[in-house]
Each structure stands twice: as structure tokens, then as C-alpha cells.
Write a protein that binds this ligand. Structure first.
Ligand code: P6P
Length: 336
């Protein structure tokens, strides 16, 4: 079977829908090349001397794995020279990364979690890269980009996606015209459009949450999970299955593929009061993808994409996936 390549898809989007400027097309192609390099490094594992920790902590206070830092460096180096970026921001860096003056600059802002789920690296479980593309605000023209220029609600994203480094390496992408899945053909080095117009099933019988945090959950989350656990004899009238990979990219990819609801809600812990996941480069790109596939994404009572950020690394509660389940959870939060 002949598959369309990522470049063909992006050129068509640029030509037909004007949803993609030449700058954004080049940016996505550059990010996809960086993800190929990260996939290559990840797949070497112990043979590449890239497993294990560096003994340092990132801005989140999390132990940095060698591959976290390597993946971050790959993305920075790949994107600095392209001329289509004004600046970048990463989970691994405290401050924004401006484009060096000897390179041309563009209008886009790129945010990424270079290697999400990295606690799974050393145990050979799927991990991924998450990215989000915003446009520099018009008032930033002629001046240096500041952190505040990144603080835009998720509805302003012009593109978002993730690469998942699993049994296959895939790139799942939206430019606002639905969600497309590309599988990496390692022999050709091409991203091939194997999953066109991914649609997230509106109903599900599968939830994903870290059950060990149950005692910390807020009432609406507790109510929903209790009802799921009651199975077909309970108010939801069906038996539910549970999955938790502890790698957001892998959990979200499963949900985009077969439905489900992913939950990392805020909770009563000091560390969980605002949630664990980061708004700008985890929740927003994943919410854009999920909504483009027909799903929903909320932080409790409200839509994640509407949240006005007030800090680059701010955290947020995340509930996303099959429309019917997420709308039920939103009702439970509103009734609380
Ligand atoms: P826990 C990985 O560290 C991550 O940021 C997400 O990819 C994942 O969904 C979550 O944290 C797992 O958290 O508390 O279950 O280990």
C-alpha cells in the first residue's frame, strides 16, 4: 500500500486549507526529524550508554535521565537554525530559549516536553516527545521575546503533536484539521500517514488513573471511579477495565486509538493541589489533539484549552478522552 508522507500531508494542508503556513510546515518537519533522532537514541538503550540518571534535577525538581537532557539538546539544536522560530520553551529548562542572534528568526513559539514518561526509560516502557506550536504575539515584533509571550491559552495553538517511542515509532499530529498518525519507516526514514483522521470513540469502558492516589482525590473523581468499579450493577451499567502506563504519551495514544478516559486530577496533596501535569507542553497539546479527534479535555469544571496561563511551568489537573465520560465527570465537578 502506498502511504502519503508527512511532507505531502503538510504541503496539501498548506495548499488547500491554509491551516499551515510555510513556516509552520518547516517547523513541524524539523521537529519530526528531531523525533527520529530521539527515537534512534532511545532504541539503543544500554547499548548507547544513554540509560540511567545524571544525578541532576530539572526545573520541576525531578531527577534528570541522560535521555531527558539528550532529547532536549536534540530538539534545541534541530530548531535553532531553521529561521521559523522566535523562541522555544522546554520542561527541562527554567527559562525560555531565545534563538541565537546569528540565526534568522520567525514568528513561531515552540514548546515541548522532550521526553515524557522518562521514569519508564530504564524499564523499557513506551515514552514520547510532546510539542505545541504558538505564534509570537504581534506586539513582540521588533523586541526580544519574553516568557509572557508564551502565556497564551491552548486555543491559540496552531499545531500540536507527540512522537511515541513504542513497538512502532509514531508521530500523531494536528494542525487544526483533524488528527493524523504517521508511522516511522526506519528504512526510508519517512513518516508515513498510516492513521488518517483519528476519531476518539465517544463511549468507553476503560479508565486510566493512578489508583494509589485515591485517598487524595476530590469528591467528583472519587464518585466517578467508585461508579466505574461498581460495574454493570452500578449506575453506569457496564463493567470497566483499567490501564495506567504512567507515561502520558502512551496512555493518551491508547485512548486516541480505542477510547477511554485519562485522569491525573489535582488532589489534596501539597504537590497535587494544582495537578501534576504541566499545562503549556503536556495538557494543552494533548487537549488540542483529543478535541480535534472528537474527545473532551477538562481540568475539572472547565475546558483546559480555555485556561489563561500565568506561569510557563504551571501544573493543572487533567481529565481527557471519550466525550461522554469526560462530560459526566464535568457534571460531577459542577454538582460538587
Ligand atoms: P505517576 C511521567 O512522569 C508523567 O509526567 C506522565 O507522563 C504520566 O502520566 C505521569 O507523570 C505519571 O505519574 O504519579 O503515576 O508516576
Amino acid at each position: 500500500m502506498k502511504y502519503k508522507t508527512l511532507t505531502q500531508y503538510l504541503v496539501e494542508q498548506q495548499r488547500e486549507h491554509k491551516a499551515v503556513s510555510a513556516e509552520v510546515r518547516l517547523l513541524i518537519e524539523t521537529v519530526s526529524r528531531a523525533c527520529k533522532a530521539i527515537s534512534h537514541a532511545v532504541s539503543k538503550g544500554a547499548l548507547g550508554g544513554v540509560l540511567g540518571s545524571l544525578g541532576t534535577e530539572n526545573v520541576q525538581g525531578e531527577v534528570q535521565k541522560k535521555l531527558d537532557v539528550l532529547s532536549n539538546e536534540i530538539l534545541l539544536e534541530a530548531n535553532e537554525w531553521g529561521g521559523n522560530l522566535a523562541a522555544m520553551a522546554s520542561e527541562e529548562m527554567q527559562t525560555i530559549h531565545r534563538i541565537p542572534n546569528h540565526y534568522p528568526k520567525g514568528q513561531n513559539l515552540l514548546l515541548f516536553d522532550p521526553l515524557d514518561g522518562s521514569s519508564n526509560i530504564d524499564v523499557n516502557v513506551s515514552i514520547g516527545t510532546i510539542f505545541s506550536v504558538l505564534q509570537a504575539p504581534a506586539e513582540a515584533a521588533g523586541r526580544e521575546i519574553e516568557e509572557e509571550d508564551f502565556l497564551q491559552p491552548g486555543t491559540r495553538q496552531v499545531a500540536a503533536g507527540y512522537a511515541i517511542y513504542g513497538p512502532q515509532t509514531m508521530l500523531v499530529l494536528t494542525v487544526g484539521s483533524g488528527v493524523m498518525g504517521f508511522t516511522l519507516d526506519r528504512e526510508m526514514g519517512s513518516w508515513l500517514l498510516t492513521h488518517e483522521n483519528i476519531r476518539l470513540p465517544e463511549q468507553t469502558a476503560e479508565f486510566a488513573i493512578n489508583m494509589s492516589n485515591m485517598r487524595h482525590w476530590e469528591a467528583p473523581v472519587r464518585r466517578y471511579i467508585d461508579e466505574c468499579l461498581q460495574g454493570e450493577t452500578g449506575p453506569l451499567g457496564k463493567n470497566y477495565n483499567m490501564r495506567w502506563i504512567a507515561s502520558m504519551v502512551a496512555d493518551v495514544h491508547r485512548i486516541l486509538t480505542r477510547g477511554g478516559v485519562f485522569m491525573y486530577p489535582r488532589d489534596a496533596r501539597a504537590s497535587g493541589r494544582k495537578g501534576k501535569l504541566r499545562l503549556m507542553y503536556e495538557a494543552n497539546p494533548m487537549s488540542f489533539l483529543v478535541e480535534q479527534a472528537g474527545g473532551r479535555a477538562i481540568d475539572g469544571a472547565g475546558r483546559i484549552l480555555d485556561v489563561q496561563p500565568d506561569a510557563l511551568h504551571q501544573r493543572i489537573g487533567v481529565i481527557l478522552g471519550s466525550r461522554e465520560e469526560v462530560e459526566r465527570l464535568q457534571r460531577y465537578h459542577q454538582e460538587a
